[in-house]
Design a protein around this ligand. Structure first.
Ligand SMILES: NC(=O)c1ccc[n+]([C@@H]2O[C@H](COP(=O)([O-])OP(=O)(O)OC[C@H]3O[C@@H](n4cnc5c(N)ncnc54)[C@H](O)[C@@H]3O)[C@@H](O)[C@H]2O)c1
Ligand SMILES: [Zn+2]
Ligand SMILES: [Zn+2]
Length: 378
């Protein structure tokens, strides 16, 4: 590769500050250091967590940054010590690492790894280290991935090598949203055959949770969203009932309890709203109901009445669907290629990276499920 060992100048969408549109800039991407991989990004999705960082959390320390954490690409070059990847490999950068050695990686109960950016950096959502500069300034790599750039550099513990013929403009969605929602149902909630489920929030994450509930054999899946336009898609993924809380005269948890003879077996919150988290918990049946937090927020405390848990409900959370990232993602890619997992149905829009602000507007106004941004040609 002519570029190996050299700084690459390329285009990236830079978030200079919170609450402002992204700006297409020329950035410099350093060659990969020890155990790092430089990746040519081919395609990326836009996930609500990118919007959370830009518009909701507004932590000034997390800027300037290149957002994007749902991408797929091709290895351009590798740094010293990298033996399991070579230029030309198809890969998905991962926002959760899997070093394979830390106490979390060695424990089958969790997919957290203590070596990645996320180790105590949830406030800033990136590491101090970055391979990017622009106009003489260091640009942070959001969630360690930064897929809104033609090239990015990621540590090998946060890269999954995938099937050589995987379509990158589809499987990029396994870098976050689809793995997250699907895994939250099958791995974290452990939805059971014949059970009744409710999914709150029908973006890609929630729809993937619906798909997971269906795959696990749920007999009834109640889709809940304040935007009724989302119900048609939810049907495609297996939802059987549809509830819009804004059209009810009673709390949604009460309506769900009446629909299900006392509450659902599993309720997944895929919105990122502490009020909805409480509703999801209260929609569960006493005795054994399980509610899973999937929506991303770290700004407010949540509340609930202790009696909800004392009477047998379980409240838990799920990061990246509980999948150990390097092991899980290649398997999910294979499942998609064997037509056991849907991805295409999540894609409602496709556009080039430089239209990223249009993609952001679509998501902000609930007009898309996933927009795929084409970054570099393969
Ligand atoms: N835990 C994780 O690892 C992880 C990973 C990816 C995304 N997330 C989070 O998951 C959430 C969903 O992401 P997405 O990309 O699907 O977002 P999205 O914006 O596409 O979808 C959110 C949906 O929630 C609906 N909604 C909003 N308020 C609601 C309410 N009060 N009741 C019911 N529905 C409501 C919206 O209409 C929309 O359909 C976000 O919070 C995101 O940050 C978490
Ligand atoms: Zn995401
Ligand atoms: Zn680890």
């Amino acid at each position: 590769m002519a570029t190996a060992g050299k700084v690459i100048k390329c285009r990236a969408a830079v978030a200079w500050e919170p609450n402002k549109p992204l700006v297409m800039e020329e950035i410099e991407v350093a060659p990969p250091g020890a155990h790092e991989i430089r990746i040519k990004v081919v395609a990326t999705g836009l996930c609500h967590t990118d919007l959370y960082h830009l518009f909701e959390s507004k932590k000034k320390e997390g800027f300037p940054a290149v957002l994007g954490h749902e991408g797929a690409g091709i290895v351009e070059s590798v740094g010293p010590g990298v033996t399991k990847f070579k230029p030309g490999d198809k890969v998905i950068p991962l926002f959760i690492s899997q070093c394979g050695e830390c106490k979390f990686c060695r424990n089958p109960k969790t997919n957290l790894c203590e070596k990645g950016w996320s180790n105590e950096r949830y406030d800033v959502m990136s590491d101090d280290m970055s391979s990017f500069t622009c106009k003489g300034k260091t640009i942070l790599q959001f969630m360690g991935t930064s897929t809104f750039s033609e090239y990015t550099v990621v540590n090998e513990i946060a890269v999954a090598k995938i099937h050589d013929s995987a379509p990158l403009d589809k499987v990029c969605l396994l870098g976050c949203g689809i793995s997250t929602g699907y895994g939250a149902a099958v791995n974290t909630a452990k939805v059971e055959p014949g059970s009744t489920c409710a999914v709150f929030g029908l973006g890609a994450v929630g729809l993937a949770a619906v798909m997971g509930c269906k795959a696990a054999g749920a007999s009834r899946i109640i889709a809940v969203d304040i935007n009724s336009d989302k119900f048609e898609k939810a049907k495609v993924f297996g939802a059987t009932d549809f509830v819009n809380p804004t059209e009810l005269s009673k709390p949604v948890s009460q309506v769900l309890a009446e629909m299900t003879n006392g509450g659902v077996d599993f309720a997944l919150e895929c919105v990122g709203n502490v009020g909805v988290m409480r509703s999801a918990l209260e929609s569960c049946t006493k005795g054994w109901g399980v509610s899973v937090l999937v929506g991303w927020t770290d700004m407010y405390d949540f509340s609930a009445r202790p009696i909800q848990l004392i009477t047998g409900r379980t409240w838990k959370g799920s990061l990246f669907g509980g999948f150990k990232s390097k092991d899980g993602v290649p398997k999910l890619v294979d499942e998609y290629m064997a037509q056991k997992l849907k991805l295409d149905d999540f894609i409602t829009h496709t556009m080039p990276l430089h239209q990223i602000n249009d993609a952001i507007e679509l998501m902000k106004h609930g007009k898309c499920i996933r927009t795929i941004l084409n970054v570099c040609p393969e």
